[in-house]
Design a binder for this molecule. Structure first.
Ligand code: HAM
Length: 404
């Protein structure tokens, strides 16, 4: 819990340092909020159930649909752009592997109401600031970026329709995990002609902006957007973290534009986080679309990565004073001392059981307290206590009213 709180506090601090505001949503939602028909992995991983009134409900596997639902409900009452963050717990029936668990906490940072890459650039600033705060640099972690418009453009030329596009992206996301024959069969089932797979693979191999421009043309929106994003990255000072990689499409159906993923350069772990632009999610819920972009960042992979790199902090309990009575009759006096110190803002662990003084010293060392405050009969009769500074090893007698 100490490590988790440390991580969550940093997520909150970094979000708020960039002007994002916290939100929350219910853990349980209507299952239909997550039902999309593009064959996404996540659809098969939902923990769902029927409640007493026969409604199909689900434990949220991700936060984005709840967020979109809330933005939709608030409607024009919201002042755009909306910049919100949350650290929700999410549940997915996944095969448990290193970095993937059946429940995890996921930092979500999203912007609604900004159509251009200024939003993406700000989100990447949040992301890279966080990495810097935990001591990771561009030599440890990179961010792969692409745009779904790249693949969309190539597929349009090949006659792939709008309806086919999302399921094709979901399939492309599985490209590396699936044997070629299976892929071709799945693409064929979507109605794609043979040969399309080759073109897709060729396109996904693009790894720099000039190569992309030569395939799509300098004026293509995906090219101009990505170039604009890179020049903002220079202005922010994180361009060395970024890497164009057209093979990034991401496995969720709702992304429409920029997509990105942070990865560990040691390449031993799954994606550290992932996100993208989803300008058309609200209309799938029957509302008017608002441009949106964001990312989700799980607690599992980052903690593994920090552990591997020896960058997890050693966190003490943070106790200032251990207060103990010389013997049981003096416990009420020790309570008075502890109450006095707590009122002064110190973090105080009052010994509650009838410990010998020696054991209280051992306990204070174990919890790494700064001081041990001992209430002994003769001093207490004069309104005094014994204070031992455990760092300096010095001991003195102090009047309770002068103790702070
Ligand atoms: P996602 O790629 O499904 O995206 O998940 C985002 C991140 O959540 C992953 O990169 C990983 O860090 C973490 N994660 C996901 N599943 C697990 C798991 N089973 N165990 C541990 N960590 C996990 C989304 O969920 C999108 N809703 C993100 C988003 C927000 N896009 C826009 N805004």
């Amino acid at each position: 819990m100490r490590v988790r709180n440390w991580l969550f506090d940093l997520w909150r601090e970094v979000s708020e340092a960039h002007g994002f505001e916290a939100y929350d949503a219910p853990v349980v939602e209507h299952e239909e909020l997550y039902i999309r028909k593009a064959g996404e992995e996540i659809t098969g991983q939902i923990y769902s159930f029927e409640d007493k009134s026969g409604r199909r409900l689900a434990l949220r596997p991700e936060m984005t649909p709840s967020l979109a639902r809330m933005v939709l409900q608030k409607g024009s009452g919201l002042r755009f752009p909306v910049k919100w963050y949350a650290v929700p717990q999410c549940w997915r029936y996944e095969r448990m592997t290193r970095g993937r668990k059946r429940e995890h906490f996921q930092w979500n940072v999203d912007i609604f109401g900004v159509a251009g890459v200024n939003a993406e650039a700000e989100l990447l600033a949040v992301l890279t600031s966080f990495f810097r705060r935990v001591g990771l640099g561009p030599e440890d972690v990179g961010v792969k970026i692409s745009s779904r418009r790249v693949l969309q453009s190539v597929l349009e030329d090949l006659g792939v329709t709008d309806e086919q596009f999302a399921p094709v992206c979901v399939l492309v996301d599985k490209l590396e995990k699936m044997p070629r024959e299976q892929l071709e069969a799945d693409f064929a089932a979507l109605g794609l002609a043979p040969g399309v797979v080759d073109r897709i693979i060729e396109t996904l191999g693009i790894q720099d902006l000039d190569a992309l421009a030569s395939v799509l043309g300098e004026e293509h929106p995906a090219v101009t957007e990505l170039r604009a994003l890179w020049s903002l990255a220079e202005a922010y000072g994180y361009a060395d973290w970024l890497q164009l990689d057209a093979s990034i499409v991401r496995g969720l159906a709702y992304y429409t534009g920029t997509v990105f993923e942070a990865f560990d350069r040691g390449a031993s772990l799954r994606a550290v986080c992932g996100g993208g632009r989803y300008d058309r999610l609200l209309s799938t819920f029957g509302g008017r679309d608002v441009p949106a972009v964001g990312f989700g960042f799980g607690d599992v992979v980052i903690l593994e990565l920090l552990k591997d790199k020896g960058r997890l902090p050693v966190l003490e309990r943070g106790i200032d004073d251990v207060v103990t009575a010389w013997r049981a009759e003096l416990h009420p006096a020790a309570v008075e001392v502890a109450t006095h110190l707590r009122a002064a803002g110190r973090r105080v662990d009052l010994v509650l059981d009838d410990k010998k003084v020696k054991a209280a010293f051992k306990h204070a060392a174990r919890v790494d307290a700064a001081r041990l405050v001992l209430v002994a009969p003769d001093e207490w009769a004069k309104g005094e206590v014994t204070v031992k500074d455990l760092r300096l090893g010095q001991q003195q007698t102090v009047r309770l009213d002068a103790l702070s």
